[in-house]
Ligand binder design. Structure first.
Ligand SMILES: [Zn+2]
Length: 509
């Protein structure tokens, strides 16, 4: 206990660095400094196409309605296909990309338009569109932008089962992130020692039959993008006279001369990072390769990130079902949180700086959290903007499972300093547009979310609870789950009355 307390003191002073910023995925602790927030509230996705209504008394299932005879079954239709061929001028911070999207209509409805998400447009002066054309080379006409969302009218309605092909050439002038209380930390951009590319290409938003596109606008905190499982083929090349560069990516690399080539099937997205400084440590869990990329003076923290990721992956394989990709990478990054992508996640250098070599630390906690996102966010998708608890509460609770099973000596530390210290309150089913601020959002969705799951587990009993979790992960694998899916699964494995629990934790019980 003394050791953990001593660690906490050092962590508290160090985390002031992390604390003064709005946190994203791992929702890093804000121990000393309350986050200051812009006061103007954001309305959730008000008018863009037919985006789902943000507040409903009944959350509809995203499962497709029954298909008419003759409508192609989406199960047998190809996922959206992305081919990205990019050249990075590392020194000039420029990325030139030719992108091809083959989008097969799996919605069961006739589509008149596509909703294209272009996340780099959220950063001023970063994205330049050079050309956007159809398969036959004719330019796309009549598109309109709303923030970083583009409505692309189709030349002819696209019937279910048919495909359309888009060719997009664009350039990114990669930004250098300046931490501020008004910008949520995202590991997109370059610093003196690395370049991180996340949400770096246009992609088609998921479409919910009967409702429309899940195309939300950004909030001040939390993540707003919703991803459909897609197939990625990525070809990367670095320009210029460079020292030896290491590329970390969402998928294993095949080297082909100057090209780094990647295939990443059935994934939510593809992220990568480049640095001349990365050291790499590697291990494996069954057939899964686990890699840790870290800066040279963080050897022991980099190895701890590797070991935590590997141990958590083995545990979650057992609890939630087998990890679905051949590799998982943890990448040290110059930003102020942890952030998950499919097959790769970033961890703040702050956690590495503070690492003391004990189990009860934020590096370990957030690594266990981000690893869990490979199941809840990756394998099982969700609407991160309107139902963030579906991934964040589960991943925070997965931290508890990590400590309970692998480092029970630090479990009390985890409850005490990760959760109870904040005396969390607030509705677990809050959205990222919650205007109460970052701290309220994190306390409600992450921390109170973990409290809710602890009580649900107690109510159901361990056997039913873990059978439910595994069944939910398996049933919703490769899909976008909703709260209705979650509770339908709960009800399958317990006859216990959950209504009291729901009234306690949910604004919409
Ligand atoms: Zn998270």
């Amino acid at each position: 206990m003394m050791t953990l307390t001593g660690t906490l003191t050092r962590v508290i002073s160090g985390l002031c660095l992390l604390a003064s910023f709005l946190a994203g995925c791992g929702a890093a602790p804000d121990i000393a400094i309350p986050a200051t927030l812009p006061t103007e509230p954001i309305q959730p996705s008000p008018t863009f196409l037919a985006t789902r209504a943000p507040v409903t008394t009944h959350t509809p299932s995203l499962a497709a309605p029954p298909l008419d005879a003759g409508t192609p079954n989406p199960t047998f239709l190809p996922l959206p296909q992305y081919t990205l061929t990019s050249t990075l001028d590392y020194a000039a911070h420029q990325l030139v990309t030719a992108e091809q999207i083959v989008y097969t209509n799996r919605t069961g409805e006739k589509l008149d338009e596509l909703a294209l998400m272009i996340p780099p447009l959220d950063f001023p002066g970063v994205f330049t569109l050079q050309q956007m054309a159809w398969e036959d080379g004719n330019p796309v006409e009549g598109s309109s932008l709303q923030g970083s969302r583009m409505k692309v009218p189709l030349r002819a309605p696209l019937p279910p089962g048919e495909a359309v092909e888009l060719h997009i050439s664009y350039e990114l002038q990669i930004p250098s992130p300046t931490p501020s209380a008004e910008v949520r930390p995202i590991p997109f951009g370059y610093t003196a020692r690395q370049t991180n590319l996340v949400d770096w290409y246009p992609f088609v938003a998921p479409y919910v039959p009967g409702e429309g596109w899940l195309a939300h606008q950004p909030g001040y905190f939390g993540e707003h993008l919703v991803y459909e499982d897609s197939d990625f083929q990525v070809n990367l090349r670095l320009l210029g006279d460079l020292p030896v560069m290491t590329v970390a990516a969402s998928a294993p690399e095949t080297k082909d001369g100057e090209w780094h080539r990647y295939t990443h099937p059935a994934a939510r997205n593809f992220a990568w990072a480049v640095s001349p400084q990365y050291q790499v440590a590697e291990t494996s869990v069954g057939n899964t390769k686990v890699l840790s990329y870290f800066f040279p003076y963080h050897q022991s923290a980099g190895e701890a990130a590797l070991q935590t990721t590997a141990d958590a992956l083995a545990l979650y394989n057992e609890k939630f079902g087998e990890y679905r990709h051949p590799a998982l990478s943890v990448v040290e990054a110059d930003f102020l949180d942890g952030m998950e992508y499919d097959g790769l996640y970033f961890l703040s250098n702050g956690f590495y700086n503070l690492y003391q070599g004990t189990p009860g630390e934020y590096l370990v906690t957030i690594a266990a959290h981000e690893t869990a996102h490979q199941w809840f966010y990756g394998a099982v998708g969700n609407d991160q903007a309107l139902e963030p608890w579906l991934d964040e509460a589960l991943c925070t609770y997965a931290e508890r499972l990590y400590f309970e099973n692998l480092h029970p000596e630090a479990l009390d530390w985890w409850w005490g300093y990760r959760v109870q210290y904040y005396q969390p309150s607030g509705w677990v089913d809050s959205t990222i547009y919650n205007a109460q601020g970052y701290r309220a959002y994190r306390d409600a969705v992450y921390l109170n979310g973990a409290m809710f799951l602890e009580e649900l587990r107690t109510l159901m009993g361990d056997n039913a609870f873990f059978t439910f979790l595994r069944s939910y992960a398996s049933e919703k694998n490769s899909q976008i789950a909703t709260r209705e899916d979650f509770f339908t699964q709960v009800d399958q494995f317990t006859s216990a009355d959950t209504s009291t629990l729901l009234k306690k934790y949910f604004s919409n019980p």
